[in-house]
Design a protein around this ligand. Sequence first.
Ligand code: SF4
Length: 357
Amino acid sequence: MARNMRFRDATLANQVAKRICELAGNERNVKICHVCGTHEWTITHFGLRELLPSNVEVIAGPGCPVCIVPASEIDEAVELALRGVTTICFGDILRVPGSRRSLLDAKAEGADVRVVYSIGDAVKIAKRISGETVFFAVGFETTAPSTAVEAVGKPPRNLSLLVSHRLIPPAMEIMAEMRDLGLDGFIAPGHVSTVIGLEPYRVFPEKYGMPTVVAGFEPLDVLIGIYMILKQLREGKPRLENEYTRAVRREGNAKAQQLMQKVFEVADGSWRGLGTIRFSKLTLSKEYSELDAHLRHGLKVETGVDLQPGCRCHLVIVGRIRPNECSLFMKACTPRKPVGACMVSSEGTCRIWARST
Ligand code: SF4
């Protein structure tokens, strides 16, 4: 059996689910939060919620890096595109609504907006053309290192960076602070953890008393992660554990961390659905400020309209409601015609639920 296929074994999954039911008992309700679009995909696609006892709930937090980009930063990219700057982005962000337009709308109006799979492709485009280009750098700690690599690699002079990278642990801390959400534990994201390691999550068991388990993305990874959280709760000993040992090391990726520290500074950042979170955004450090699209092009967009009428993304993003509790879900808002950001990206909770209905 291929290595990862073991983690999809239905018999094993049922055995773990049985152990989860035994541990959960029926004395109290338990609410566990994950912060990763891929975790939500696994949970929804493989029907893991149906395997859990009724008193164990797993909610999706702000784990989609595209959904949480505030409208003001989409507006900045749109403004640059409409000013004639060749704007290069990942496909997922193309249809995310800004205050009035998405980048796709700008493209339809004649702007030069190009989709790439990596920032390396953006560098190639910039080398081929003579005009100004900008790369819209979106993503969590998983994609920020590749932006840093290109920044230190002396990109072409006609390429600037519109940096919208965000950090996951500060968003988790905001979720932990929302006492009315009643969270009991976190499943921490495997991809991000390969970069940052385990230490940034230590605050959750130590300050908030919340069991926190880094988990991989196969069904068994997630179920075992839930089991480990329940075991900690049962023992009354919240701690930080790593289920995803085949990919995540305690120290993370030191080289990626050093690069990020060299290229970026940490600042307060606005998140769609969550407002401003302290020390949650990466901006270019002084040494790399000549790459900053804000400075090069004098961008001044400060506030945006995050929610379209009727859209409840702000509640979906923090797990306060499920997608099907939004009245627009699969009516006015579908993957073909998304109204809100959570329906656009393949990592958005509404989009994942839409694909599974
Ligand atoms: Fe927003 Fe659409 Fe999700 Fe409703 S279904 S919360 S409109 S993305």
